[in-house]
Structures are given as structure tokens and as C-alpha cells.
Design a protein around this ligand. Structure first.
Ligand code: RTP
Ligand code: MG
Length: 139
């Protein structure tokens, strides 16, 4: 059992393809409560910092280009076991390997452009939420 919050982004591909509403519906139908949310666009510096853990990976440049090319929806979600349950809801990084009914299976187009982000640990959920939201923006 992990903590009760996770952080997500609806990535630029899913925003461009008109999937914000459907993805938020899946998230709330799965029992997550939205405790913070904003429509925003990452700067190059934001994306480089957010994905710093991947900076040596061959896809890092592509990832920064992708994540900055248009607006995203950023949100903090609350539910028991939030991190693990949300990663189950979004499915595998590569949509071709994602389980039926998962958000990536339904809305992602490729391993790079995979519709949504989900924190991978309680510690990162707190860091990532703090990166996007001040205390006054979390309810
Ligand atoms: P995320 O952090 O976005 O929730 O995704 P994840 O944990 O499932 O995957 P991660 O390994 O953390 O990778 C972060 C993001 O980098 C892009 N990526 N591209 N071209 C590639 O081979 C590749 N591999 C990863 C994806 O946008 C992935 O979500
Ligand atoms: Mg990750």
C-alpha cells in the first residue's frame, strides 16, 4: 500500500487529439479525486528539470521537444494506493504493451507520445506535485 496522492499530466498529444474530457472521466470513474488541476505549457527548462532522471537516455531530446510543444493538463489526484492504482489505470509506457481498457491503450499513439504521465513513487509524487502547484492551489 502506497500513499494517497499521485501526480499526473495529460500530455500534449492527448490534448491535441481532443482527449482531455475522456481521460478525466476515466480518472474520476476509477475513484480518483482531483485535488489540484491546471492547464499550462511546460518551458524547455521545466521539461528538462521534470525529466532530469532521463537526461542521459537517447530519447531525452525528443521527450523535451514533445512535452513542450503544446499545453498539458497537470493534476494532483487522491485515492488510497494512488501511485500504484494510477499506474495500473494508465497502463504500460508503450501503448502496444498496455492492457485493454487502460488510458494508454485507448489514447496513446506511441511509446514516446503516450498520452499521460503518472508518478512512479510516493516520493516523486510529492516532488512532482510541488513542482507544479503551490499549497494554495491544492484542495
Ligand atoms: P511517465 O514518467 O511519463 O509516466 O512514463 P513512464 O514512467 O511509463 O516511462 P518512463 O520510463 O519514466 O519514461 C518517461 C517518458 O519518456 C518517453 N519515452 N520515450 N522513445 C522511447 O523509447 C521512450 N521511452 C520513454 C515517454 O513519453 C515516457 O512516458
Ligand atoms: Mg516515469
Amino acid at each position: 500500500m502506497t500513499g494517497n496522492r499521485t501526480f499526473t499530466m495529460i500530455k500534449p498529444d492527448a490534448v491535441e487529439n481532443g482527449h482531455i474530457g475522456a481521460i478525466l472521466e476515466k480518472i474520476t470513474a476509477a475513484g480518483f479525486k482531483i485535488v489540484a488541476m491546471k492547464y499550462t505549457q511546460l518551458s524547455r527548462r521545466d521539461a528538462q528539470e521534470f525529466y532530469a532522471i532521463h537526461k542521459e537516455r537517447p530519447f531525452f531530446g525528443e521527450l523535451v521537444e514533445f512535452m513542450t510543444r503544446g499545453p498539458i493538463v497537470a493534476a494532483i489526484l487522491e485515492k488510497d494506493n494512488a501511485v500504484d492504482d494510477f499506474r495500473a489505470l494508465i497502463g504500460a509506457t508503450n501503448p502496444a504493451e498496455a492492457a485493454e481498457g487502460t488510458i494508454r491503450k485507448l489514447y496513446a499513439t506511441s511509446i514516446g507520445e503516450n498520452a499521460v504521465h503518472g508518478s512512479d513513487s510516493d516520493e516523486n509524487a510529492a516532488i512532482e506535485g510541488g513542482f507544479h502547484f503551490s499549497g494554495r492551489e491544492v484542495f
